[in-house]
Design a protein around this ligand. Structure first.
Ligand code: TRP
Length: 449
């Protein structure tokens, strides 16, 4: 860790890369599915609160730690708080990143299958019902989803082991604007559907009678998941930031773009849900049933469909690369392991857990822990519990433990009035608002509060 740290050449590079990590299945697959299950508008509103009031300051906290140390998650805590139990945040991040990698790869595997189907054709029948039964047949079988998951993890393995992820990240940075344009086109199409107003009202009209502890915890988890927040991913990324990259501004832009993509996905999905008479609370399958139905309505549907699933695959890959890197860097640094060995170990673990998740829709659907299948359990534990707890400790660390001069140097190097005001707000949030809100949601969901 003594080598000179490479840096992103431009500020735009820093923004593009953090956005690349944030934008992925979390926005396009997970947000609409969670919003659908949790009643729509109220979920969105709570999610927005967590993104802008708590997410942005905690993103800043990860940025401060990363840029100041220029190290990975474990090294960073070791340097800033030697010998203290803060390293536990690192271990939690490693556990969460492996769990997320496992279930994320299942969904990324689905995008591979849908990419294949887009190329060979979905078949003559393209009614909504047929997409429903097609997903059912595919996901409940015990072979194809497993193969797709393993294939996706293998692609991830080959890229990570060769250390060519910078190439993929560059490629995904060029592709993401194209994905964005595609989403805007699909959005316009959805707004012209007969169910548009019903769909928009579902998404944007908050019905607070629907707010339950599980909606609160779900929205908090979604905010953390979508921002890639709470397990040290952004510590690693910001260790490549240059000294003059404005952290608060970068965090704000990243959160805004990330949220915009999720909302676009919602505007695409929900009008279609109501037009086709489907159930918004369909769960993880929602997007995979609705999108192909939307594509068939567009002229040149095959091209749209191929392009979309290919871009979604790339977006997923750039996210899983960043997740794998956390635990691989840990093994390499802590145990002096070769990169090849570390990658093999981590991806093998993810493959075993990934198979369990892939089978959660098929023969393992009857196996549940706390009433959740492996897939849902891994998602729930990591997104709704580990990430917010990680975020809470990171805010407490930067808010109370870290030398204030470091915070000032990172957040307000020029000491302009704007910078100082921004810094005070961030500190206020890190010391009081974020820890209290996160703790309150946990207590509320445990029925204590
Ligand atoms: N944010 C990404 C998405 O929305 C997923 C992701 C990448 C992630 N890295 C992460 C989630 C680290 C949590 C932590 O798809």
């Amino acid at each position: 860790m003594t080598e000179k740290r490479a840096h992103f050449a431009t500020r735009l590079g820093a923004i593009a890369t953090t956005v690349g990590s944030a934008v992925g299945l979390g926005n396009i697959w997970r947000f609409p599915y969670e919003a659908g299950v949790n009643g729509g508008g109220a979920f969105l509103l709570i999610d927005l609160f967590f993104v802008f009031v708590i997410g942005i300051p905690v993103v800043c906290a990860e940025f401060i730690i990363g840029r100041n140390t220029g190290l990975n998650i474990r090294g960073a805590f070791k340097k800033l708080a030697p010998g203290k139990s803060w390293a536990l945040i690192g271990y939690m991040g490693i556990l969460a990143s492996i769990l997320i990698l496992s279930f994320y790869s299942v969904v990324a595997g689905w995008t591979l299958e849908y990419l294949r189907l887009s190329i060979v054709g979905f078949g003559a029948e393209n009614s909504v019902d047929s997409f429903h039964s097609r997903f059912d047949t595919f996901a409940t079988s015990d072979i194809s989803p497993v193969i797709c998951t393993l294939l996706f993890l293998f692609i991830n393995y080959v890229i990570v082991i060769r250390g060519v992820q910078r190439g993929i990240e560059k490629m995904s940075n060029i592709m993401m604007p194209i994905l964005f344009i595609l989403l805007v086109v699909f959005c316009i199409n959805s707004l012209m559907l007969p169910g548009a107003s019903q769909g928009l009202s579902f998404l944007f009209n908050p019905d607070f009678s629907k707010v339950t502890p599980s909606v609160m915890i779900g929205a908090m988890g979604q905010a953390f998941f979508s921002l890639s927040l709470g397990l040290g991913c952004l510590i690693t990324y910001s260790s490549y930031f240059k000294k003059d990259t404005p952290l608060l501004k970068t965090a704000g832009i990243m959160a805004s773009i990330d949220t915009m993509v999720a909302i676009l996905a919602g505007i695409i999905i929900f009008p279609a849900v109501f037009t086709f008479g489907m159930e918004p609370a369909a769960g993880p399958r929602l997007v995979f049933e609705i999108l192909p139905s939307i594509f068939t309505q567009l002229p040149g549907s095959t091209i749209w469909s191929i392009l979309f699933f290919f871009l979604l695959f790339l977006a997923s890959l750039s996210s899983t690369i960043s997740m794998s890197e956390i635990s691989i860097a840990y093994l390499v640094d802590e145990f002096d392991m070769s990169r090849r060995k570390a990658t093999t170990i981590i991806i093998s673990i993810a493959m075993v857990l990934g198979v369990l998740c892939a089978l959660s829709f098929g023969s393992l659907s009857v196996v549940t822990v706390f009433g959740l299948t492996f897939f849902n359990l891994f998602d729930y534990i990591s997104s709704n519990i580990l990430l917010p707890i990680g975020g809470m400790f990171i805010s407490i660390f930067v808010g109370y433990v870290l030398d204030r001069r470091i915070v000032k140097k990172e957040l307000s190097p020029k000491s302009s009035r704007r910078e100082l005001t921004g810094m005070r707000l961030v500190i206020l949030c890190l010391r009081y608002i974020a820890p209290i809100c996160i703790a309150a949601v946990f207590l509320y969901s445990l029925g204590i509060f």
